[in-house]
Design a protein around this ligand. Sequence first.
Ligand code: NDP
Length: 439
Amino acid sequence: QQSSPAQTEFYQAVEEVLSSIAPILEHNDRYHHHAIIERMVEPERQIMFRVAWVDDRGQVQVNKGYRVEFNSALGPYKGGLRFHPSVNASIIKFLGFEQVFKNALTGLALGGAKGGANFDPKGKSDGEIMRFCQAYMNELYRHIGPTTDVPAGDIGVGSREIGYLFGQYKKLVNRFDGVLTGKKRDWGGSLMRTEATGYGCVYLAQYMLEDNKERLEGKVCLVSGAGNVALHAIEKLQELGAIPVTCSDSQGTLYHKDGIDLSCVRTLKAQPDASLADYLTTHSNARFIPRDEYPADGNAVWHFPADLAFPCATQNELSATDAKALINNGCKAVIEGANMPCTKAAIEQLLKAKVLYAPGKAANAGGVATSQLEMAQNASMQHWSFEEVDERLKVIMCNIYQSAHNAAAEFDQPGNLMLGSNIAGFRRVADAMIEQGVV
Ligand code: NDP
């Protein structure tokens, strides 16, 4: 770690997986013999490239572009693209590494990858977003393909960006391929792909609670984020009778004890100049906590009383201090919509206090699973109904829960879904790598 200080997040993700899979390594000499760990932590291919584009003033701008193709043992590389100023090689590598295990856990034929750029979409015009996406695809297109590598969206990449990326890919290769997921329905998209991560996360929470003789209905929920995953998690929670009382964004946290008014939040987030603080003009009994008033070492969103917590914004957004606040306020379960939102110390606190904990690898896998359903529809030139995709998503989330749950029980740690998810995912990938030889 000392020799590569820039890879903090990647080492954090690797450490979590390695500590979980220790029990399976102890009993399987063949994993050592085939140097599975050494091979798994090294991406099959890492692409870093210049993205040069022209802004509205005619000024040339340059960003760093990435695609880390981590592991293709189980299928074509699959994983999202993130456009955010914080993006660097460590973040893309950690996300790619996590993606390998998450995709394996779905039981589907998907390898793992992640990509993105340190581009900040905030404050950019539509034309600038389009030119950036085209410039990004001018390099990416040569590395991807419907059976090679199929990127999707992530932070800062929604259906508008997928559209511009797809248009440029098509122009460059002269083929209408299912090369990206998260497309609009009329040109190859699947119904429910947009909703899938947030909805899937709530379905998994439901299975986990039922298995522990609890119900989702009536539960007060803390949700962080106000993007794709967070708002769809809030929508599904409300539909199933739970009461989400928070959301948050990069500026601050909104708390509304009566329950978040989702349509008001959506309206605010759709306006480039509006803030979540503007919610208070129509809901005087709500509170807004600006980011500079957050507790030291913590995030205000986790400091309200609630039964359940759904971190759905970004990595390391729930610290040990936040975990202690959740525990003191009687929180029964933490379900990760985002990737690696809880710090290592936070997870330790939660597990020690016997709070039910569903890691992102299991809880947010609904997005990538539905991407695979989009690929299946593209390959067979079919369109499935919303209900059909939703039913398949429910089955996949239930299977994910069962796989993680059963693996945890098999290794004498019943209920430890972190251990169970990592072991179940690891086993599929490792066995496939051994069966495919040393490559
Ligand atoms: P969006 O860009 O739609 O939303 C992200 C939200 O998180 C925004 O509200 C944003 O605030 C907030 N946010 C982002 N970075 C920070 C930060 N550093 N500090 C505080 N707030 C922040 O992204 P998604 O909803 O798609 O993704 C959220 C998480 O879910 C990520 O971890 C992603 O990897 C994960 N995920 C997403 C999947 C998907 O299908 N989209 C699939 C699986 C996982 P603001 O609005 O101010 O920008």
